[in-house]
Design a binder for this molecule. Structure first.
Ligand code: CP
Ligand code: NVA
Length: 308
């Protein structure tokens, strides 16, 4: 099978996402029954992280371990972008490992690395995208609420890296998406142009009104107002985004069975209240758990343990 990179979800077709979900669900069922099949024995996943992580790092390392492979968490000493040109770095790394998960400050550096790697490159978060997160999110929506094409996701707050990946995932998987954000925190024009070109069927509304966005929603999603790397803009962001908190008042306007999602880590009493985070409809911990199941499905497909 040809090497496949997952730098954004534009890299996957709807059929491939469907297949990842199918494999992930099967492997999740088996794990819950105590079965850990060695589907990728001897295969190696490298991880390079320029920013902190709990979920992405641990879920990928656990996933490859369950599948009988191994992981290498690479530190600063490997010198990506510093010690030698990325062209040399990527070609040499590809001689050793089967896939590399990269979390980078700059999306273009992941694109650059992917262009030189013959092993798979998986984006583990950049300033512009968080594809593995959005896959786990839609998988969770399907587990909790069934058929995705009958669902509406309301994303409230900053239309950031996570929101962009959700938009592509919604476009590919036929989920209606409403984004409630102040005008300066909505999707940029080049992204919207690509989104409508590659996902012309996406039902997307952008609004300044969170109440309108949660109307008829099956899932309500938020993320931090200050993403990693945006700390200098903290004060301005907290002020502008304050009306977009997912709180008990907003939830009164949502259907009573709408689930609550957050990619984590959360800042309680900024983008979400503790009461909503911990409410009966919250699927946040299940969502975090699904990072591992869905990434297991993704690497199993990428590395050829399943056809897709
Ligand atoms: N949601 C997520 O990617 O979490 P981490 O930053 O802990 O990996
Ligand atoms: N938008 C957040 C997501 C963290 C998983 C960030 O980029 O920091």
């Amino acid at each position: 099978m040809a090497t496949k990179h997952v730098v954004t979800l534009f890299d996957l077709t709807a059929e491939q996402i469907e297949r990842v979900f199918e494999v992930s669900a099967e492997l999740k069922r088996k794990l819950q029954a105590g079965v850990r099949e060695s589907l990728l024995p001897g295969r190696v996943l490298a991880l390079i992280f320029e920013k902190p992580s709990l979920r992405t790092r641990v879920s990928f390392e656990t996933a490859i371990t369950h599948l009988g492979g191994g992981s290498l968490f690479l530190g600063d000493d490997v010198g990506w972008g510093k010690r030698e040109p990325t062209k040399d770095f990527g070609r040499v790394l590809s001689e050793y490992v089967d896939a590399v998960v990269v979390r980078s400050k700059s999306h273009s550096s992941i694109e650059d690395l992917a262009s030189h790697c013959s092993c798979s490159v998986i984006n583990g978060l950049s300033d512009l995208a968080h594809p593995c997160q959005a896959l786990a999110d839609l998988f969770t929506m399907r587990e909790r609420r069934g058929n995705l094409s009958k669902q509406k996701l309301a994303y409230i707050g900053d239309a950031n890296n996570v929101a962009r990946s959700l938009a592509i995932a919604c476009g590919k998987m036929d989920v209606e998406l409403a984004v409630a954000a102040p005008p300066e925190h909505r999707f940029d024009k080049p992204f919207l142009e690509r989104l409508s070109r590659e996902c012309p069927q996406l039902k997307l509304t952008e609004t300044a009104d969170p109440i309108a966005a949660v109307n008829n929603a099956t899932a309500i999603y938020t993320d931090v107002w200050v993403s990693m790397g945006q700390e200098a803009e903290s004060a301005a962001r907290l002020k502008t985004l304050a009306p977009y908190q997912v709180n008990e008042e907003l939830m009164k306007h949502a259907p009573s069975d709408a689930i609550v999602l957050h990619c984590l880590p959360a800042r309680r009493d900024e983008e979400i209240t503790d009461g909503v985070f911990e409410c009966a409809q919250s699927a946040i911990i299940q969502q975090a758990g699904n990072r591992m199941h869905v990434q297991k499905g993704l690497i199993a497909c990428l590395l050829g343990a399943f056809s897709w």
